[in-house]
Design a protein. Structure first.
Length: 238
């Protein structure tokens, strides 16, 4: 069943056609990765989904509702959450306090304490619970940010290059976190350049090129597609 669908979605910036007739479909319960060369329009597509940009034309349907005209906070209320590349954590507060702030919108004190401890363990951050978040390693900051993004129990988690700047070990650990969230029922859409991560997690992959969906399939189908290889020529991705 489809959770998110765009119909002929377009975004122009002056004469520049950055999102071009995108008909994208995301199945409920799946992990879907969006890849494409630099400047392909991946970030713009994300911003359209989040309501940060109004589309020039076309519609976005989420969970059977037309959300095209909803504001970002209204989309969050519908069950969409996002983790951006630049962490939005509070660096002066501890890891635990960051999670408390994120969770206090949904839970009251006893449930909140239990959920904070559960999340710390899930993210393997228990030992860093009382450390200042600003002093955490790059990977730990990203995992804390994922913890904050899932605090509202979204139906759809959007991840913008979740492994950027990570070591291979951190990347693998991030993939495991994403797979565990998915096993708990969360649908995930990730923009990602790291093909090891894409191979580790993705049920389905879409390739954007010049704002259009250029190819779609499993990771094996995408890697075997000579047209996809051609648009990446000169860039090392696997
Ligand atoms: N607000 C804007 N105004 C004008 N042009 C924009 C704007 N945002 C993006 N663009 C242009 O749209 C194109 C696609 O940009 P976008 O950031 O969506 O690509 P991307 O696939 O996310 O790239 P990257 O992988 O490098 O992050 C680029 O040519 C960019 O310069």
């Amino acid at each position: 069943m489809t959770l998110l669908q765009t119909h002929n979605l377009n975004k122009h910036f002056g004469g520049l056609h950055v999102t071009a007739d995108v008909n994208f479909s995301l199945e409920r319960g799946k992990i879907h990765c969006l890849i494409g060369p630099n400047g392909a329009g991946k970030s713009t597509f994300f911003r359209l989904l989040l309501g940060e940009y109004p589309p020039s034309s076309g519609t976005i349907v989420f969970d059977e509702k037309d959300i095209t005209r909803l504001k970002p906070f209204q989309r969050i209320n519908q069950g969409i959450s996002v983790k951006f590349q630049v962490p939005g954590i509070f660096g002066a507060l501890s890891t635990r306090q960051n999670l408390q702030i994120a969770l206090q919108h949904r839970l009251d004190s006893r449930d909140l304490d239990l959920e904070v401890e559960r999340l710390l363990e899930f993210l393997q951050l228990t030992e860093a619970a009382d450390q200042q978040a600003g002093n955490l390693s790059h990977g730990m900051k990203q995992w804390l940010e994922i913890g904050m993004a899932i605090s509202l129990k979204p139906k759809l988690l959007l991840l913008d290059e979740p492994t950027a700047g990570m070591s291979p070990d951190e990347t693998f650990r991030t993939g495991e976190i994403v797979k565990q969230l998915n096993a708990q029922g969360m649908t995930v859409l990730a923009v990602e350049h790291d093909m090891a991560f894409v191979r580790q997690v993705a049920d389905r992959v879409s390739v954007l090129h010049f704002g259009r969906i250029f190819a779609e399939g499993t990771i094996d189908e995408i890697v075997a597609d000579e047209r996809v290889a051609a648009i990446y020529l000169g860039q090392s991705h696997e």
